[in-house]
Design a binder for this molecule. Sequence first.
Ligand code: NAD
Length: 298
Amino acid sequence: MQDESIGFIGLGNMGQPISSNLLRAGYRLVVYDILEERVEEMVSQGAIRGTSPRDVASKSDVVMTSLPTPEALESVLAGRDGVLEAGREGMVIVLLDTISPITARRIARMASLKGVEVLDAPVSGGPYLAREGALTIMVGGDRKVFERCRHVLEKIGKNIFYVGGIGSGSVVKLVNNLLSLGNVALMCEALILGVIAGVDAKTIYEVVSKSTGRSFALEYKLPNIIAKRRFEGGFAIDLACKDLGIISSLSRELDYPLFMGSVVEQIYRLAKMLNLGREDHTAVVKIFEGLAGLSINF
Ligand code: NAD
């Protein structure tokens, strides 16, 4: 049994496999989710049921969150029966959620009134890498607090980076997601142009994956997700829209124009309007397939 008690709130596509890894690593784990069946599943694996975010915090040294929206996160932390109601000196909150650095800093300021430390520690890698305990984690906050929590992060991630003060982890994560989502959309558009122009998708994939146009989107997501039509689970278009909204607000806040990023945001918002919100972000391919009247399948 590891010394520190961990609390975990948000047992979804990411939170469920991450918390399973923490249990396997021997931590005493207290869990909470608004969906009872998700709590039940973790209790069956050996976790302790938390009755509210406050209850989780009262039983934990480190509280981790993996929630779908900044609104859900703020209500879990600062709302009624929230984590901060049980906040005390020495407790640490680790935000695994993708949020704005401005939100991370606001949460850290609120938490500091109770002597609670906060790290923003968003993750890269979907549910598959979460299951493997092989996420990339980018951490912002006080370096000493990071060092104290490193042993927990090492149980869920393979590449762990300390990137600076509070909010820095979120900055790096947002840059990553803008690139990742943009790469997927551009890859889909370019690929389908090639198909309409007369070359089959598999040939284009084989050649471009050995050429300068390659990307993780083309090399991994195209053959393993798009071509196999595996759009369930993963990183949902709803969450992609949430992240792109955070990115465009941040750019406005900084008076920094976002050209390509704005187009990328509109493409994912269109996908959401077309009822693809719950599908993996790679289902954005369906927009381009619809325009061309064909389907990528190999
Ligand atoms: P998800 O929607 O699958 O899971 C979120 C969980 O939070 C659900 O179980 C939901 O019931 C629970 N929840 C919602 N509101 C709650 C509340 N008020 N109190 C308690 N529980 C509540 O989302 P996910 O894909 O697991 O993503 C979680 C976070 O991780 C998001 O911030 C996302 O942007 C980020 N992220 C996701 C991925 C991915 O590939 N899915 C990758 C990296 C980062």
